[in-house]
Design a protein around this ligand. Structure first.
Ligand code: ADP
Length: 166
């Protein structure tokens, strides 16, 4: 069973093998954590996205690129369901975490950091976004040594702590 380490901070500074990006179907950059990752990692990430994902990425799926100038070795991009736009299939949100862990395992990563996928612009209710993250990460068949769940605000961090203690 994967053990989750809660972190309050910026995912781009995490010293892990892979960080996960909450991307969109187009896979050409965006706002929120996606924008932060492309800014901090530099243009190599977008170049790799264009080369490796000419047709973008399906919701619930994941794929990797270089991490450019980030401390991580890889960025694993995944596309969460856009709750605000009416995509409310929870299985797709669980799939994002599972697929990202699967790809991390294939790459030989031992450590990974996740943001709260779909919990920003995509509007998934925070407590359930966290519950889905915890359920998918702890229940995944791919086991890594260090799995971090990175919250970007005190409010979401406190909610993560509360659910991990429950
Ligand atoms: P989505 O479109 O999947 O909702 P967002 O990027 O809008 O993705 O938000 C996902 C989560 O990532 C939100 O909880 C947001 O606060 C958080 N976030 C934004 N920037 C960062 C960052 N630099 N590091 C970690 N988490 C971040």
């Amino acid at each position: 069973m994967n053990v989750i380490t809660p972190v309050l901070g910026d995912i781009t500074t995490q010293q892990v093998d892979a960080i996960v990006n909450a991307a969109n179907n187009a896979m050409r950059g965006g706002g929120g954590v996606d924008g932060a990752i492309h800014r901090a990692g530099g243009p190599a990430i977008l170049r790799d996205c264009i080369a490796r994902f000419p047709n973008g990425l399906a919701t619930g799926d994941a794929g990797w690129t270089t991490a450019g100038e980030l401390p991580a070795r890889w960025v694993i991009h995944t596309v969460g369901p856009n709750y605000a736009a009416g995509q409310r299939d929870r299985a797709l949100l669980l799939s994002c975490y599972r697929r990202a862990l699967e790809i991390a395992g294939e790459l030989g990563a031992r450590s990974i950091a996740f943001p709260l996928i779909s919990a920003g612009v995509y509007g998934w209710p925070l407590d359930d976004a966290i519950a889905a993250a915890v359920e998918a990460i702890t229940g995944a068949t791919t086991q890594l040594d260090d799995v971090r769940l990175v919250a970007f605000s005190r409010n979401s961090y406190d909610a993560v702590l509360q659910q991990l203690a429950a």
